[in-house]
Write a protein that binds this ligand. Structure first.
Ligand code: HPA
Length: 236
């Protein structure tokens, strides 16, 4: 069995999938954190792996950037591979000066101007989607155990990385209480909701729109261990 975008056989993907945006970050996690690794996907170089972490099984796969991309992969994982939980582990741009580079955020909801949810299921008109409450509670408990501070808040899922009006983020921060921006969570949460599955989103701050502080691509690839440590605890 395979889908148009995933060549795995049924049973090759674990119940929980960690999804970074970058497929090379998925490879990095598999190479550096997992044992007994089996690669289950390379279609379009969207690498996916299943392995063990402290003897327990978990999968990791890239989502690509943006809601159309994560929309395809998360839907196929939920619908055709019996995946129960997808935890996005991504990066974000902070909308407040108080957030520092490499702070870990947990999405309490995703606000978006995107038409993804309305288009995917015509009955859905809201501009907010929500993660699974029980996954969020588990993430908070694990973070506390590991002594990793986590900031919770509304995340802005944007369709546009380069806005002509850079300062538009100030309005979105004010009107929707969004503390940071990324480009995937709204669609991921929607897909979990329509398929009766579960999703959560952990983010590391990679840049700050207020202070203009930013990390380099190399740092981004390697410096997200805190967030990964939390997410890898979902191996079972
Ligand atoms: N905008 C959108 N997505 C992002 C950003 C950003 O500034 N930083 C990390 N992901």
């Amino acid at each position: 069995m395979s889908t148009p975008h995933i060549s795995a056989k049924k049973g090759e993907i674990a119940k929980t999938v960690l999804m970074p945006g970058d497929p090379l970050r998925a490879k990095y996690i598999a190479d550096n954190f997992l044992e007994n690794v089996v690669q289950f996907n390379s279609v379009r170089n969207m690498f996916g792996y299943t392995g063990t972490y402290k003897g327990k099984t978990i999968s990791v796969m890239g989502s690509g950037m943006g809601m159309p991309s994560i929309g395809i992969y998360s839907y196929e994982l939920y619908k055709f591979y019996d995946v129960e939980n997808i935890i996005r582990i991504g990066s974000c741009g902070a909308y407040t000066a108080e957030l520092n580079l490499y702070d870990v955020l947990l999405a309490e909801s995703a606000y978006s101007e995107s038409s993804y949810a309305a288009t995917q299921s015509a009955d859905y008109k809201a501009d907010m989607t929500y993660p699974s409450q029980h996954l969020n509670e588990k993430i908070e408990a694990i973070a506390k155990d590991l002594n990793i501070p986590v900031t919770k808040g509304v995340i802005h899922s944007s369709d546009v990385f380069y806005r002509e009006n850079f300062d538009d983020y100030k309005r979105i921060n004010k009107e929707h209480n969004a503390i940071a921006v990324e480009m995937e969570s709204f669609a991921l949460f929607h897909n979990a909701n329509v398929t009766g599955k579960h999703a959560a989103c952990l983010l590391t701050v990679s840049d700050n729109l207020v202070t203009r502080a930013e990390t380099t691509a190399d740092e981004r690839q390697n410096a997200f261990t805190k967030m990964m440590e939390i997410a890898l605890s979902f191996a079972e």
